[in-house]
Ligand binder design. Structure first.
Ligand code: SF4
Length: 175
């Protein structure tokens, strides 16, 4: 135990330094956040993750956001089980025909103000599965999207920069 404490004191925490917010993300979000949202949310965001048809590669990277290296909760961002407790819907995968209605209902169940963050190339336009018989397309085909974080899958750092851009936009007065 003492050895572990001494090691932690010498080496410091495992957590990586926070990346800067995404410049592209800030630009994409700039016009979509109003002052009511800032007043309500303060410095915290609650996320409901929705897998709309992903291969689960994106989910593996999303799980990594909660590990001791990225430690998402230190920024006041956490995941919730219910859309009724959420500010952000984080959606992965191409939207399959079987999931389109469920995604729409989850969106409708999320209270305003809310944001939709589409994670991965599939969520952008269907990615690898574009044009497939079981696929509707990107998330924007079903619900409005506020922020796209591209990649196949995006890294936890890319997702973190996007979420920090969202948090910063929510916090920051609009120009
Ligand atoms: S973007 Fe890549 S990792 Fe994510 S769901 Fe699509 S194929 Fe899988």
């Amino acid at each position: 135990m003492w050895r572990l404490i001494a090691k932690t004191l010498v080496k410091g925490p495992f957590t990586i330094a926070a990346p800067p917010p995404s410049g592209d993300g800030l630009a994409e979000l700039a016009s979509r956040v109003d002052s009511a949202a800032r007043a309500r949310l303060g410095r915290s965001l609650v996320i409901r993750e929705v897998d709309a048809g992903s291969c689960n590669g994106c989910e593996l990277e999303i799980h990594a956001l909660n590990n001791p290296v990225y430690d998402l909760e230190r920024f006041g961002i956490r995941f919730a089980a219910s859309p009724r407790h959420a500010d952000v819907l984080m959606v992965t995968g191409p939207v399959t025909k079987n999931m389109a209605e469920a995604l729409k209902r989850t969106y409708d169940a999320t209270p305003n103000p809310k944001w939709v963050v589409a994670i991965g190339d599939c969520a952008f336009d269907g990615g690898l599965f574009q044009g497939g018989y079981a696929v509707v397309g990107g998330v924007k085909e079903v619900v409005p999207v506020d922020l796209h974080i591209r990649g196949c899958p995006p890294t936890p750092t890319q997702m973190l920069t996007g979420l920090l851009a969202l948090l910063e936009t929510v916090e920051r007065p609009q120009p």
